[in-house]
Design a protein around this ligand. Structure first.
Ligand code: MD3
Ligand code: FE
Length: 221
């Protein structure tokens, strides 16, 4: 069969932006979904971040490697609300992200120490925001983020401002990889909505019936 590097189509947009469509192999997509479920209801499992205004995003988060605390906007070995240690990032995950980076982009390689896993239900969304934190050294070092999408397709938006109407919208499908380096690291970005019943049928059959989308973002701080 085709190797992922042959099958994937690479696109280069603005400075530092690379995307690969169809990069993650079916068996790896299945493996990633199963592994993301392993923490189960144990320590470090998915939690629903609460927003100050009480709004619902229908988005659940899990941090691997280190914990990201969205309220304090800081990193640590454990998460503040229950003291749970972040599960380790599986080597297989790192390998897929790094291979995508070296295949597609001109960005330097990263050795990810944190992987943020977002699970969106079919009504999940994430408003336009920047990933720009004082504690980030990745920005000054010019290191990229690597994002992998699995499951239902998302309409992803990005732009130079917080204005939704000016944002560019693209679909992120199961197996797509985005690499955000250089100036693209500072783009405003978010998920406008998830498209019901758009995941590949073999993925749904293999991983069960829970609909929605998983996004894994690999970062080195
Ligand atoms: C573009 N996650 O976790 S991933 C996030 O689909 C986040 O779950 C979205 O935004 C998701 O912070 C988008 C792709 C992504 C990640 C970081 C970026 C796109 C980016 C940083 C700059 C520009
Ligand atoms: Fe983000």
């Amino acid at each position: 069969g085709e190797s992922p590097t042959e099958a994937a189509s690479v696109q280069h947009r603005d400075s530092g932006w690379f995307s690969l469509r169809g990069f993650v192999k079916p068996e790896d997509q299945i493996g990633m979904v199963s592994m993301c479920r392993q923490p189960g209801k144990g320590p470090g499992d998915f939690t629903e971040p609460s927003l100050k205004n009480g709004a619902k995003l229908n988005l659940w988060m899990m941090s691997l490697g280190k914990n990201w605390d969205p309220t304090a906007r800081s990193y640590g070995p454990t998460r503040p609300f229950d003291g749970a240690q972040a599960p380790t990032i599986p080597d297989a995950f790192k390998m897929i992200a790094q291979t995508a980076n070296s295949t597609a982009s001109e960005s330097p390689q990263i050795n990810p120490d944190i992987c943020i896993v977002n699970y969106y239900t079919n009504s999940g969304k994430l408003g336009l925001h920047q990933d720009k934190d004082e504690s980030e050294s990745s920005l000054t070092k010019g290191l990229p983020f690597i994002s992998i999408s699995i499951g239902d397709t998302a309409e992803f938006m990005f732009g130079d401002t917080r204005d939704k109407d000016q944002a560019t919208k693209i679909n992120l499908e199961s197996s797509d990889v985005l690499i955000l380096g250089g100036e693209s690291r500072l783009l405003f970005h978010g998920v406008s909505h998830v498209k019901t019943n758009t995941a590949p049928s073999w993925l749904k059959e293999e991983t069960g019936v829970r609909p929605g989308r998983i996004n894994l973002t690999f970062r080195q701080y």
